[in-house]
Ligand binder design. Sequence first.
Ligand code: FAS
Ligand code: PHB
Length: 389
Amino acid sequence: MQTKVAIIGAGPAGALLSHILDRAGVDNIVLERQSRSYVLERIRAGVLEWGTVETLREHGLADRLDVEGHVHDTINIAWRGTETLSVDTSEKIDRRMMAYGQTRIQEDLYAAADARGASIVFEASDVALHNVTTDSPYVTYRVNGTDERIDCEFIAGCDGFHGVSRQAIPESSRKEFEKVYPFGWLGILSETPPLPILLYVNHERGFGLCSMRNPMLSRYYVQAPITDSVDDWSDDRFWSELVGRLPSEHADQLVTGPSIEKSLAPLRSYVCEPMRHGNMFLAGDAAHIVPPTGAKGLNLAVSDVRYLSRAFIQHYQGDDSFLDSYSDMALRRVWGAVRFSWWLTTLLHRFPDQTAFDQRAQEQELSYLAASAAAQTALSEQYVGLPFE
Ligand code: FAS
Ligand code: PHB
């Protein structure tokens, strides 16, 4: 098989890249290790930067989002069990966020792929990248018991943190930056009415988060020891911990119910530099990971794809400037989101070796945030997402 761009991975990054390239007439084939249903069943991100909403709208992917999405005007942080600060991002920077689950975005991307007859190969195993530093790279893989090969001009590694593409950059050519956090997030979905606001919680027992997917589907998280497993967390224990970390004004509004999904996610910050090696380009979690505190993971995948799709399209129009600048441009936005996510994680979580001084210092920073319009503007523009380059 021949194509212009071979895309590894059909998560949000790969599926969106394929969509944009197809609309621009740039031929591509997507190879996905898992089945379509497996990808669609994964529960992940829930909050979209406004730039992500605009990107999906630009490419005809926002019909359902514009009906089912819930616009958030405020970021709210509760602390000390009694205080709550509310930052109105629309008042501070005239931009908002949208609550719309990644699962929905994946469904919308696959529906669009079906409608255009896209080439997505599911259950492709043993994907391997070859000759990435030559002008004739190719990808091999196995599907339905048959070995296959795709000759291409470029390879887009959109295969997530545990994919193979990043390994195509020799260790001698890549710099890796990593920070592993000493705790995880225990997340549940419940078919209950959510709180009316997006609410983060700093508490001496640990972090909490109240979010949503729709008016009858809530998404909640509590910080949990990384040594725990999901089996250590009954629904009763989860609700008791979450309610115990909330000020009473919010705890009284919380509607509990049976979990329909429960998972424990580890937290890490990770960046691979560069995001290009020869004619292979990384996008999304293949190149970087952020703790979900800043709601950046999915949004970074979208911004990488916005830059990379422009670079490929401009290349086929005779201009390589965006290809040549892709890695540096993407990494400027990645490091901005990585630093912000690290800062918010450090501010809101309880670290195992934390002292009474550290807890007081966190609470003082939250008091300052509550009192300072300048600090709230800085929080707003980073949370909602800085403008694209
Ligand atoms: P993805 O990992 O989504 O997709 C990569 C795809 O490549 C997968 O479908 C995988 O099957 C495929 N693949 C892997 N190896 C392959 C191979 N060798 N060959 C072919 N295909 C291969 N972000 C937030 O903003 N908020 C959150 O609350 C949040 N929660 C998360 C919870 C969990 C458990 C995880 C793992 C991530 C979470 N994230 C969250 C981050 C998440 O949303 C990612 O940022 C987002 O999925 C990134 O999209 P992709 O880069 O496409 O990577
Ligand atoms: C979610 O709704 O899943 C969510 C919201 C905000 C975050 C992380 C996850 O920071």
